[in-house]
Every structure is written in structure tokens, then in C-alpha cells.
Design a protein around this ligand. Structure first.
Ligand SMILES: [Zn+2]
Length: 225
């Protein structure tokens, strides 16, 4: 699916400014008129990309926003720490060194900024879910929410499967779906073994339903309560 395939959107909730999250957002917002909810730092990215300012709403964490069909709580969050062995391994790879200038430019143009999670409560369906774009967190913030479904970002370091299983343990959802584990930007990124995450969840938390994302395939999410 390409950004051009997104033909309608009302709201975009951005977890943080890194390019792998925000690269296509300005484009989609300009085409659809969607409102972007993001950090102060990420706002600068979209102003530079000429998204009209009244389409951008700055969030700082802790807000509860009401819409017709849902309520969303903005959760203060953190970025997962990139693992040292991963960084060293990457920097000694010739392929990575060749693309490092491009990567540094992307890092400058798309600063991380504040990091958020989003907790959605649907008004017409008995379903709550949360989305995090990176696997760092404040434990006390996670303990305030009880999502039926957790969209878990299994990425960013070698032991991401274990780290995200721990986050799942705190959230205690009824269903978990891993995302962000694909090889989105080779050679900098690598495919995270999602099978490992799913195996750990099945061992530690056998009552949780685990589903796997596949491109363009729908996933059935019946009301879980
Ligand atoms: Zn990131």
C-alpha cells in the first residue's frame, strides 16, 4: 500500500517524529484534509512540508480528546533505547556506512520530539485499544489503561520481542498484534523475528489472542469485552 492509496482520513495520531513514522504524513494530510495530532517538534516537519497550520494540533501528553465515534487519551511515552550491539554492528557494516549520510540527513529533518501512545475507546462498539509507535514507556502510565487490544511496536533493538512481551504483560490486553517489525528501510532496518514475540506471549500469557499483520489482509477484531 502506498501513501497515495490512502484516499480519506479524518485524524492522524503521530507517536513521534522519526522519519519511519512521519515521512508520508504531510502528504496524506494535504490530500485528505486530515487533522494531525503531534508534538511541537513534529509540527515543524509538517509546516515545512506546507501542511496548513490549522490542520496541526500540538499535544503534550495527558489530554483526553472527544470525537463523535471515539475518545482518545494521549499517553506520555518514551522511545525504546536502541541496543548498543545493534548500533555497533550497524556501523561496521559497509552497506550501512554507504547510506549513513542519507540517514543522518533524515535524522536531522525528522527529529524524534516527544513520544506518545494513544488509548482509544470506541463509543459505538465495546472495544478499547492502544497504539504505541515505539516500545519505551512509563510503567505508571500503562497501568492507568486497560486496552482490549494492544498494537505492539516490535522494533528498535535485538531483544525487542522480549521487551515488548514485558510491555504486553503490564497492559494485560485480550489481544495483541505486533507491528513495525518489517524490514522497512534496509540496510538500516532489519526484519525483527515476530515469531519470537508471538512465542513468548503464548508461553507467558497463554490467554491472550495473538494475531499477525499481513499486507492488505484484513484482521477480524470482534468486540473483545
Ligand atoms: Zn523511532
Amino acid at each position: 500500500m502506498k501513501p497515495e492509496d490512502v484516499t480519506s482520513a479524518d485524524y492522524i495520531f503521530l507517536s513521534h517524529g522519526h522519519f519511519d513514522h512521519s515521512f508520508d504524513i504531510g502528504n496524506i494530510a494535504k490530500r485528505t484534509g486530515a487533522k494531525i495530532f503531534c508534538s511541537e517538534e513534529a509540527k515543524e516537519i509538517f509546516l515545512r512540508e506546507e501542511v496548513p497550520e490549522d490542520q496541526i494540533r500540538v499535544i503534550s501528553g495527558g489530554e483526553v480528546l472527544e470525537f463523535d465515534a471515539f475518545k482518545v487519551t494521549i499517553i506520555k511515552s518514551k522511545h525504546i533505547k536502541f541496543g548498543l550491539t545493534t548500533i555497533l554492528w550497524k556501523f561496521f557494516s559497509w552497506k550501512v556506512l554507504k547510506s549513513i549520510r542519507h540517514l543522518l540527513r533524515l535524522a536531522r529533518q525528522y527529529p524524534k520530539g516527544d513520544v506518545f501512545g494513544f488509548y482509544f475507546e470506541l463509543k459505538n462498539e465495546p472495544l478499547t485499544f492502544c497504539h504505541f509507535g515505539s516500545g519505551g514507556y512509563f510503567r505508571e502510565e500503562l497501568e492507568k489503561i486497560r486496552p482490549d487490544l494492544f498494537l505492539a511496536p516490535v522494533a528498535g533493538r535485538r531483544n525487542a520481542p522480549q521487551a515488548l512481551a514485558k510491555m504486553t504483560q503490564i497492559l494485560k490486553p485480550k489481544m495483541v498484534i505486533g507491528h513495525h517489525w518489517d524490514d522497512f528501510y534496509p540496510p538500516i532496518s532489519w526484519r525483527v523475528p515476530i515469531e519470537k514475540f508471538e512465542r513468548i506471549i503464548k508461553e507467558l500469557l497463554p490467554t491472550i489472542i495473538v494475531k499477525r499483520l499481513e499486507p492488505l489482509k484484513e484482521i477480524e477484531i470482534n468486540p473483545l469485552r
